[in-house]
Design a protein around this ligand. Structure first.
Ligand SMILES: [Zn+2]
Length: 78
């Protein structure tokens, strides 16, 4: 029996937020490195920055948003 190779060329889609989890927000103080902790909205980390600034005088922060993606085979011809 001869070996047969089959090549399939397909298009793929990349979708945002198809996992069970939405985006995750987390802020970090640029002066001391303390972090807000992770949250499902930016509100909590934003308030943490304001409280941290009031308490420490540190005024610069970095925000990180983690977003989940899922790749899947595209349906139908393109
Ligand atoms: Zn700080």
């Amino acid at each position: 029996m001869d070996a047969v190779s089959v090549w399939r060329i397909a298009d793929w889609d990349l979708d945002v937020g198809t996992s069970d989890s939405g985006s995750i927000y987390k802020h970090q103080c640029m002066s001391c490195g303390q972090t807000s902790g992770a949250a499902v909205t930016a509100d909590g980390p934003d308030v943490w920055c304001l409280r941290h600034a009031k308490r420490t005088g540190h005024t610069e922060f970095r925000g990180t948003v983690t977003t989940f993606f899922r790749a899947s085979l595209a349906e139908g011809p393109r």
